[in-house]
Ligand binder design. Structure first.
Ligand SMILES: Nc1ncnc2c1ncn2[C@@H]1O[C@H](COP(=O)(O)OP(=O)(O)O)[C@@H](O)[C@H]1O
Ligand SMILES: [Mg+2]
Length: 250
C-alpha cells in the first residue's frame, strides 16, 4: 500500500544542510497499523509529509497505492487522510456540519455524498448532537473528533496521524485510541507517530523506530518483543537508541 524506497531528504537552512531522512525504506501493507517512534527531530514529520506528497524527497521514491508521490500527487491525495500535530484546521465560527461540508467541497464530494458521509461520521464518532453546534465551544476531545472526521471526510484508505495525542488530556487521548481501533476494523491502513509507548503497544501491529533520520528498527511488535526478550516498549526503545545502529558490534 505504501512503498518507501531509500528516501533521503536534505533541507537547506541558509548555509547549513540538514539531512532529516537518510536512506529510509519501509513497506506498509493494506490494513496495517504502524507506529512511528522517535525523539524530537528524528525525522517523523518529514517522513509523513513526504508520504503525503507535501515534501519532495532529495533522493529515493515513495509510492502510495501504486502511485509515485512526485508523478501522481493528486491520485494519492484522494486516497489519503492526514492530520498533523496540533493543527486541527477547523473554523471555530462554523458548526461541525459546516466545517465538514467545507472540507468535503475541497475533495469534490457532491452535496448528496457530503450529507451521507457527515451522517456516517456522526454515527461512527458519536457526535450527532454536536453536528449543528459551533466548534468554538467544544472540549479538546470533541474538537479532536471533528478534526479526525475532517481527515476522513473523503473516506480515504490510508490515514497518517502526526502525534495525534500530544497535548491532549487522557480522556481525549482515549477518544483517539478508540477511533483508531474502529478504523482498524474497517481495514484502513494507518501510520501514526507518537511519543507514547503505551499507545503504540495498544494500537499497532508494527513499529518503525527512527533516530537522527535513520530507521533503526522496522517490524512486527511481537517479533521485537521476542528479539529483545522484553515486552516493555519504552525500555526497548531506549536501549535501541543507546545501541543505535551498532547492535552487530557487541
Ligand atoms: N523545513 C525545514 N527546514 C530546515 N530543517 C528542517 C525543516 N523541517 C525539518 N527540519 C529538520 O529536520 C529534522 C527532522 O525534523 P522532523 O521531521 O520535524 O522531526 P520529528 O517530527 O521526528 O520531530 C530536524 O533536525 C529538523 O530541525
Ligand atoms: Mg514532528
Amino acid at each position: 500500500m505504501i512503498e518507501i524506497h531509500e528516501i533521503t531528504k536534505t533541507f537547506q537552512d541558509k548555509k547549513i544542510f540538514i539531512t532529516a531522512l537518510k536512506h529510509v525504506s519501509l513497506d506498509v501493507r493494506r490494513g496495517q497499523i504502524v507506529g512511528l517512534l522517535g525523539e524530537n527531530g528524528a525525522g517523523k514529520t518529514t517522513l509523513l509529509r513526504s508520504i503525503a506528497t507535501l515534501l519532495t524527497p532529495t533522493d529515493g521514491y515513495i509510492k502510495v497505492a501504486g502511485f509515485d508521490t512526485l508523478d501522481n500527487p493528486n491520485e494519492i491525495k484522494k486516497r489519503i487522510g492526514v492530520l498533523f500535530g496540533g493543527e486541527t484546521g477547523l473554523y471555530d465560527r462554523l458548526t461541525t456540519r459546516e466545517n465538514l461540508a467545507y472540507f468535503a467541497t475541497l475533495y469534490g464530494l457532491s452535496k448528496h455524498e457530503t450529507k451521507v458521509r457527515i451522517e456516517e461520521l456522526a454515527v461512527m464518532f458519536g457526535m450527532k448532537d454536536y453536528l449543528d453546534r459551533k466548534v468554538g465551544g467544544f472540549s479538546k476531545g470533541m474538537r479532536q473528533k471533528v478534526a479526525i472526521s475532517r481527515t476522513l471526510i473523503h473516506d480515504p484508505d490510508i490515514i497518517l496521524f502526526d502525534e495525534p495525542t500530544t497535548g491532549l488530556d487522557i480522556t481525549s487521548s482515549n477518544v483517539f485510541r478508540q477511533l483508531v481501533l474502529q478504523l482498524k476494523q474497517e481495514g484502513k491502513t494507518i501510520i501514526f507517530s507518537s511519543h507514547i509507548m503505551e499507545e503504540v503497544t495498544l494500537l499497532c501491529d508494527s513499529v518503525a523506530m527512527m533516530h537522527k533520520g535513520e530507521l533503526i528498527y522496522k517490524g512486527k511488535l511481537e517479533s521485537l518483543y521476542l528479539e529483545e526478550n522484553s515486552r516493555d516498549l519504552n525500555y526497548i526503545f531506549m536501549s535501541k537508541l543507546v545501541r543505535g545502529n551498532q547492535s552487530h558490534v557487541s
